[in-house]
Design a protein around this ligand. Structure first.
Ligand SMILES: Nc1nc2c(c(=O)[nH]1)N[C@H]1C(S)=C(S)[C@@H](COP(=O)(O)OP(=O)(O)OC[C@H]3O[C@@H](n4cnc5c(N)ncnc54)[C@H](O)[C@@H]3O)O[C@H]1N2
Ligand code: MOO
Length: 413
């Protein structure tokens, strides 16, 4: 029987991240498929943004020294037009939003701020600042500027920016091949019929979905039966994967064969046991070129530990330049006692800047519904025995597709 040799969450994360190797290789893909992918090369601007001086308003383009005067309109310039025109002192252009501004004028005034507007002439207000409403060539981005570093994870706004550069294809890092494995004779797949003595496989599908929400594609390769020989054989088929994530069979029970089966397949353990609630039996190690993550079987624990530990490690393997979860500060809703001496994970609802622990933190690791009631997670270190109402705490969004039911969170006026 294996015994747990627990280390701190901090040490476990640091060790796993240190030993996780970046996957090699890259591929060129269309930007239409690049959301969430990680850049293999930096992106340098090849087009100025804007690429020509242009107007931010529908109005009149003139020399700043002519502010306050009545000016003659010499030409109307539309977006998309290359204006072959010039104007002297006392003259101006009628101009549309996005239209090119000729080099002999320096200021634009919106039409509604002008007076006595006719087809041929306009009176410009006196109080307009030189350079107003004038978008200067290259002011946002100049050719040669670095747009994104290698390792940048592409988001929707980044895809828009790549398109604005005329970039249709990008070189991205190969995604790690991830196998998700469940264990246990009691497990039935959701498409099978489970009797009263059996339970449905929640973890494999929960993990895959959680990974997908962070841009990782995984393959569910099946369930390992509770027997050492079958476990050894099953694991031997997984060595071509970059990452193997198992759930269950990793603690101290008589049917927990997984650790020994990995060892028989050459596992070099990094740790087995974290001083963490929930998540104590978590095991990580390397098996040849495969990074192994043995996550506990309790469903709530699995989801939270994959989120807390596996994801940063996966981002390291995937080659991202930023791998850790981002946190915000929130106010804790009320006093809560915690068992010190271990890191405690507390799930809750983050609403209007206040973190409310789900079910007052009376939650079992075997549950799932508390997770669905939560949208954020907080970690409290080994020396914390009490969190007080109004304490400012660090929170990480968890089910971050949660939408507010009512429009209470933002004051629009
Ligand atoms: N003597 C000890 N017992 C336990 C310890 C310990 O340190 N000493 N740790 C406890 C903790 S903490 C956890 S968490 C669990 C985890 O144990 P395992 O990782 O070995 O998981 P299993 O025993 O296989 O399963 C636990 C529980 O989860 C259910 N399960 C498993 N896989 C799935 C799945 N794919 N979908 C849904 N539910 C699943 C399984 O039926 C069990 O109910 O150990 C404690 N015990
Ligand atoms: O990981 Mo266990 O959930 O601490 O019960």
């Amino acid at each position: 029987m294996t015994t747990l040799d627990v280390i701190s969450l901090q040490k476990a994360c640091e060790t796993a991240i240190e030993y996780a190797q970046k996957k090699s290789g890259s591929e060129i893909i269309s930007i239409t498929n690049a959301l969430g992918r990680i850049l293999a090369k930096e992106i340098i601007a090849k087009k100025n943004l804007p690429s020509f001086d242009n107007s931010a308003m529908d109005g009149f383009a003139f020399r700043a020294i002519d502010a306050g005067k009545r000016l003659q309109v010499v030409k109307t310039i539309f977006a998309g037009e290359v204006p072959h025109a010039s104007c002297k002192e006392g003259e101006c252009y009628r101009i549309m939003t996005g239209a090119q501004i000729p080099s002999d004028v320096d200021t634009v005034v919106p039409i509604e701020d002008c007076s006595d507007v006719t087809d041929d002439a306009v009176t410009i207000p006196a109080n307009i600042k030189a350079g107003s409403n004038f978008r200067k060539k290259g002011e946002e981005l100049a050719v040669g500027n670095n747009i994104f570093e290698t390792g940048h994870i592409l988001r929707a706004s980044d895809i828009a920016l790549l398109s604005a550069q005329g970039i249709m294809a990008v070189e991205v890092l190969m995604q790690p091949r991830i196998a998700v494995v469940s264990t246990g004779d009691e497990i039935k797949e959701p498409w099978e019929e489970a009797n009263e003595d059996e339970i449905y496989n929640a973890n494999a599908f929960g993990i895959s979905a959680l990974l997908k929400s962070f841009g990782f594609i995984s393959t569910y390769v099946g369930s390992i039966p509770d027997n050492l020989e079958a476990s050894i054989n099953f694991i031997s088929t997984l060595k071509s994967y970059d990452v193997v994530i198992t759930t269950g069979g990793i603690s101290m029970g008589d049917a927990d064969f997984l650790y020994d089966a990995f060892i028989a397949n050459g596992l070099k353990p990094l740790f087995h046991g974290i001083n963490l609630k929930p998540g104590r039996p978590t095991m990580m190690g390397t098996m040849g070129n495969t990074f192994v993550m043995g996550m506990p079987g309790n469903p709530l624990t699995t989801m939270l530990t994959v989120h807390a530990i596996s994801l940063p490690v996966l981002f390291k393997i995937a080659g991202a330049n930023n791998i850790y979860h981002t946190f915000s500060y929130a106010e804790f809703s009320h006093d809560l006692l915690l068992k010190p001496g271990r890191t405690n994970i507390v799930i809750g609802k983050l609403e209007n800047g206040i973190f409310i622990p789900t079910r007052n933190n009376k939650i079992g690791s075997g549950m799932l519904t508390p997770l669905s009631e939560s949208n954020a997670v907080a970690y409290f270190g080994e020396d914390v025995s009490k969190v007080e109402g109004e304490d400012l705490i660090k929170v990480i969004l968890f089910n971050d597709r949660t939408r507010a039911k009512e429009n209470r969170s933002i004051n629009y006026h």
